[in-house]
Design a protein around this ligand. Structure first.
Ligand code: HEC
Ligand code: HEC
Ligand code: HEC
Ligand code: HEC
Ligand code: HEC
Ligand code: HEC
Length: 515
């Protein structure tokens, strides 16, 4: 390309020196602004026609916008520098004309190459950032790459009904605002990661989690009428052959009113016009001190917990929450199984054999020990079983050596998927609010301690929430069931029936304390 230094204009006269705007820096600024604008336009068109746009597509616009901003900064900067140069008597450095001659092959080649390289570079750049942001949304990124701290949640998640729901769908909202929010708090967490100052276990509930409306209800229809759900629960008690006993439970999940169905049941009390509000004393919302129900007919009742009463000051300071999905379903994606449940599950599935004496109790005890590391736990589980049988059933070590080995390996596998000593994450660190056996759960409010000014209680009648249809060795025959009252619950291993208002957690913790 030919350049030409500025010369006197044709026709004579004194040539006017070109404005200081004509300098390389300002011109680069102009070019950047143009590229940025064209880039944004290309992105806007291509994301509009994309079949599925990722959560934070807005972030792709950051690079072209950055170019525009840089351009806007360079333009006046170039001008000022050039002015200063010229005030020191120096001549302008930029040629005033750039001649492109299309008859010259050399010029055509240079121009074409510049164009092709420019378009290619831009495409690669756009695709690269697109890939990078899609990768950051994957579970592998959330659960493994820079989030090794979250290995417990990632592992537990893979065994829940939500194993195919991506982390970001529950944890991060859509849009640039949420993306930046997540990454900014991510930077804070990264510093904690590097310095090792992060909390172990990671505290739950997460304070900046969006409401259930924006997470769960993206997929679950809040007023769906679920009706009744029948569950057969299988338990193994503490006898020598770990006797099996079953419970067939009909759970009254219910749902909201519709023109065709009258609403009732567990889901009904937070649906539509019904509203339950509460104040909890603790961060994990286990100690509920005050509850207020507003029913669809407009009537309302307030209840106060007799042992957890609030002072005026506490009442004004603590937040009032309205019951939503997460107040009951708080571990939908990260359930760490308790030793009792994990062992029951493995015995029922047959992956643990009942042939070893007292295996139910021994397995629970082996799992529920305070190991400092996973390696220590692997050794501890093996030692605990071997020592017990060596002392009490020496025959096991000779005649059932193979079974003992397999049982040990199975328990070690259970441990690795549910216990994470390095992060202090296990069932006992994370209360589960569905039910009431190992955690206060429903009984946080449904307790005889929760009284209104008139002395009414929040009900604890077992049959309002579920019916026992059958129980014992076999639960196949349910022909004798009374569907309004069910049967009284026969507590496994006890002859006595459980009375209303029994606090299961007085004895149950999910761990070895039971035995
Ligand atoms: C179905 C929705 C859902 C999905 C999917 C999900 N989470 Fe969660 N997660 C939650 C909820 C709800 C909590 C709060 C639990 C509580 O309050 O006890 C939580 C809590 C957490 C916590 C805090 C510690 C804890 O155990 O409570 C971490 C860390 C976490 N999730 C990471 C992840 C990772 C990593 C993924 C993807 C592999 C993921 N989550 C997928 C709903 C989800
Ligand atoms: C992206 C969609 C999606 C989101 C978001 C989501 N879920 Fe689900 N959820 C599902 C699907 C799909 C299933 C059914 C899984 C199956 O049956 O295999 C399910 C199942 C469930 C079940 C039944 C579990 C069982 O044992 O059968 C519960 C309870 C549940 N979800 C609660 C929640 C809660 C609470 C949240 C919010 C923290 C949530 N879900 C967020 C898609 C979602
Ligand atoms: C006084 C203490 C105590 C109370 C209160 C109590 N339990 Fe139990 N529970 C036990 C003991 C001990 C066992 C173990 C029995 C055995 O293995 O023979 C047990 C076992 C069970 C089992 C079988 C668990 C398994 O997998 O082995 C269930 C289910 C159960 N209890 C439910 C309840 C419920 C529900 C409540 C509250 C309504 C309750 N229990 C209240 C002491 C209690
Ligand atoms: C008052 C406590 C409570 C609240 C609030 C609650 N649930 Fe449930 N939900 C339950 C119980 C209890 C069950 C039955 C136990 C089980 O199957 O795990 C259940 C069952 C379910 C199921 C399984 C239904 C099936 O067909 O198997 C889904 C899905 C579900 N809930 C979604 C939700 C969603 C979404 C919300 C919020 C809009 C919500 N729940 C609010 C207590 C609650
Ligand atoms: C406020 C509602 C409510 C009341 C009242 C209630 N339960 Fe439950 N119960 C539940 C829920 C929810 C579950 C969990 C069901 C599931 O596993 O999905 C449950 C679970 C159980 C289980 C199975 C425990 C397990 O984890 O294996 C037993 C046994 C039981 N209840 C007995 C009783 C008895 C006995 C009473 C009366 C003293 C009672 N319940 C009162 C809601 C209630
Ligand atoms: C934050 C307190 C609180 C928690 C936690 C709670 N409930 Fe409730 N629940 C209430 C109040 C208050 C009422 C209304 C009682 C009334 O109307 O007098 C109620 C009503 C109900 C009803 C009756 C609905 C109807 O048809 O009238 C059922 C069933 C129920 N709860 C089940 C459960 C189950 C199951 C759980 C645990 C998974 C649970 N609740 C957890 C406070 C709570």
């Amino acid at each position: 390309m030919g350049t030409q230094e500025h010369e006197p204009a044709a026709g004579g006269g004194t040539p006017r020196p070109p404005s200081a705007v004509y300098n390389w820096l300002s011109m680069v600024g102009v070019a950047l602004v143009v590229i940025g604008i064209v880039g944004s336009a290309v992105l806007a068109i291509s994301t509009a026609v994309m079949p599925s746009t990722p959560q934070y597509v807005g972030i792709l616009f950051l690079p072209p916008v950055a170019l525009i901003v840089l351009g806007i900064i360079l333009f006046p900067l170039g001008y000022l520098l050039e002015k200063r140069r010229r005030s020191h008597g120096e001549a302008g450095r930029m040629p005033m004309q750039i001649l492109i001659d299309f008859t010259l092959a050399r010029h055509r080649v240079i121009l074409l190459t510049t164009l092709v390289v420019g378009v290619l570079a831009f495409t690669v750049f756009a695709m690269g950032s697109f890939q990078a942001f899609t990768a950051m949304e994957t579970n592998a990124f959330c659960g493994q790459v820079c989030h090794s701290v979250m290995a417990p949640e990632y592992t537990a998640y893979q065994h829940t009904p939500h194993a195919r729901v991506r982390c970001v769908e529950c944890h991060i909202g859509s849009g640039v605002g949420w993306y930046v929010h997540a990454k900014v708090s991510g930077v804070r967490r990264l510093t904690a990661l590097i310095s090792g100052t992060y909390a172990r276990p990671i505290p739950a509930p997460i304070t900046d989690m969006r409401s259930a409306k924006e997470t769960c209800e993206e997929c679950h229809w809040s007023s769906r009428f679920v009706g009744y759900k029948e569950k057969v629960l299988t338990y193994y008690t503490k006898g020598e052959d770990s006797p099996e006993t079953k419970l067939r439970l009909l759970i009254k999940i219910g749902g909201a009113d519709s023109p065709f169905i009258k609403g009732f049941g567990i889901h009904y009390h937070m649906q539509g016009a019904n509203k339950v509000e509460y104040i909890a004393r603790d961060r994990q919302r286990q100690e509920i001190a005050w509850v207020k129900v507003t029913r669809r007919d407009g009537s309302s009742t307030e209840f106060n917990h007799q042992d957890l009463g609030l002072s005026e000051e506490e009442r004004s300071k603590l937040p009032v929450r309205r019951v939503e999905c997460l107040d009951c379903h708080n571990r939908p994606a990260h359930e760490f199984k308790s030793p009792v449940d994990a062992v029951d599950g493995a015995l029922a599935a047959g992956t643990l054999s009942r042939a070893l004496p007292y295996i139910k109790v021994r397995a629970v005890k082996a799992l529920d020990s305070n190991y400092d590391t996973t390696d220590a736990a692997m050794a501890g589980i093996a030692d605990s079983l071997t020592e017990y049988y060596k002392e009490n059933y020496p025959d096991v070590l000779t005649k059932q050596a193979d079974l003992l080995k397999r049982t040990t390996a199975q328990l070690q596998a259970i441990y690795k998927t549910n216990f994470f000593p390095e992060m202090k994450a296990k069932w006992s660190a994370y209360p589960k609010n569905i039910g009431h056996r190992d955690w206060p759960g429903c009984f946080r409010c449904h307790t005889d301690k929760m009284l209104s000014a008139k002395g009414e209680k929040v009900f604890t009648d077992c049959t309002k929430c579920h019916l026992v249809l059958a129980q014992g060795k076999s639960v196949e025959r349910v022909s004798t069931v009374n569907y309004t009252r069910g049967q009284a619950f026969n507590h496994p291993g006890y002859d006595e029936q459980i009375k209303e208002y029994t606090k299961c957690i007085d004895c149950h913790t999910g761990g070895a304390d039971l035995y």
